[in-house]
Design a protein around this ligand. Structure first.
Ligand code: NAI
Ligand code: MG
Length: 367
């Protein structure tokens, strides 16, 4: 998406920020501080943030998560930065379907990219797993599959209650995510893609996935590819992480596998995600993969690294690749120097990590 220009020559990126609930608000505030510092220190672009107070607390007071023209408001921006949504006093399916899932679907964000690696100064809970052994990108189908929202309930609140949750898999949907995954694999040094389904027990949608995958694979003879059943995949991720590089899976499977991946890389608090509309007709959305973490919310101890990494992915998508690299380097200089939150066995709080990353950004750009 091309940036807009103000009176000065500096391009500015219009960012819609949706902090949401719990630690979502804490890490979004941290990410905005770091992004402002990055823009100021880099000096070649600016951010123009619009903050949207769409949250579970406000839902309980107003009866809606997003106003009727919410999607139209978001479309006026170059990108969306999202914290987390969900709080114990609202059923999770209401909060998810009230905010984040409609955005992903309506803005055609059919790709969810979730990179995982072990950052400097941190370690995997797996014994003998080095930084070289675990460096993955999970490409998640983000628009259909198990999260299509099709189904219904009959005879509710009776002993005969019946519910269906229908998965939708389309050739178009599978083909476009598969192609994106092959392109991602091709862009990485190892050029290796693993496709995950459960086509032994699920004999329609998953079989279509397999078929389309092998058809698309013919266009990428330079990319090594293989196929895993999702249950066996969890074992391979734990026992042979070094055999994996890029992974493509359905909405549900990749959702689960990416939490496992984050834990194997050290903490769910560091993992980023990009919800992309590769056609660039709509703004893409960037968010850490974790939720609102009610158990630690309000304590100021949430790890902001996943939020910073997501911010770096946003900067890269907007076209400021060199600035994105600076931010990633700053993050790893800070984790490498031992400034880490409790989930990474450190003793710093959110603000201390944020200030350290800001200082590091300034230091790198002043050199
Ligand atoms: P969660 O990711 O919020 O928390 C799981 C565990 O990881 C908790 O022990 C938490 O303290 C820890 N954790 C998460 N992020 C952390 C961070 N940055 N630093 C340190 N520790 C961190 O998942 P949970 O508990 O299943 O869900 C809580 C709420 O968040 C629910 O309402 C759920 O629906 C929602 N949720 C929203 C998501 C989104 O907005 N995209 C994604 C996942 C969950
Ligand atoms: Mg998840």
């Amino acid at each position: 998406m091309s940036p807009s220009t103000v009176h000065s020559v500096k391009p500015f990126y219009r960012i819609a920020s949706i902090p949401g609930d719990g630690i979502g608000t804490e890490i979004t505030q941290a990410a905005v501080q770091v992004l402002q510092k990055l823009a100021d220190a880099h000096g070649t672009f600016q951010f123009d943030f619009t903050h949207f107070d769409w949250s579970s607390k406000n839902y309980l007071e107003r009866g809606w998560y997003m106003p009727e023209d919410g999607l139209e408001q978001l479309k006026k921006h170059d990108a969306i930065y999202f914290g987390a949504v969900g709080w114990p006093n609202v059923p999770d399916h209401i909060s998810l379907w009230g905010l984040i899932l409609p955005i992903r679907k309506a803005l055609n964000q059919y790709v969810n990219v979730r990179p995982t690696r072990i950052l400097a100064g941190t370690s995997s809970p797996l014994a003998n797993c080095s930084r070289d052994d675990l460096d993955w990108v999970i490409v998640r189908e983000n628009s259909e599959g198990e999260y299509s929202g099709q189904g219904g309930t009959s005879h509710e609140h009776s002993p005969h209650a019946v519910a269906t949750e229908v998965s939708i898999f389309t050739q178009v949907g599978i083909e476009r995510i598969t192609r994106f995954a092959f392109e991602t694999a091709r862009s990485r040094p190892r050029k290796k893609l693993t496709m995950v389904t459960k086509s032994n027990a699920q004999r329609h949608g998953m079989v279509l996935w397999d078929r389309v995958f092998y058809e698309v694979a013919k266009e990428y003879p330079d990319v090594e590819h293989d196929k895993m059943l999702v249950d066996a995949m969890t074992v391979r991720m734990v026992l042979h992480p070094e055999t994996l590089d890029t992974i493509v899976a359905t909405n549900l499977h990749a959702d689960i596998l990416s939490d496992l991946a984050a834990a194997l890389s050290g903490s769910i608090g560091i993992a980023p995600s990009s919800n992309l509309d590769p056609t660039r007709k709509n703004p893409s959305m960037f968010e850490p993969i974790h939720g609102s973490a009610p158990d630690i919310a309000g304590k100021g101890i949430a790890n902001p690294v996943g939020a910073f990494w997501s911010a770096a992915e946003m900067v890269r998508w907007l076209g400021a690749e060199e600035a994105a690299d600076v931010l990633m380097k700053a993050i790893e200089n800070v984790t490498g120097a031992g400034v880490r939150t409790k989930d990474l066995s450190g003793s710093s709080n959110t603000q201390e990590v944020t200030d350290a990353v800001c200082a590091e950004v300034e230091k790198i750009l002043k050199k």
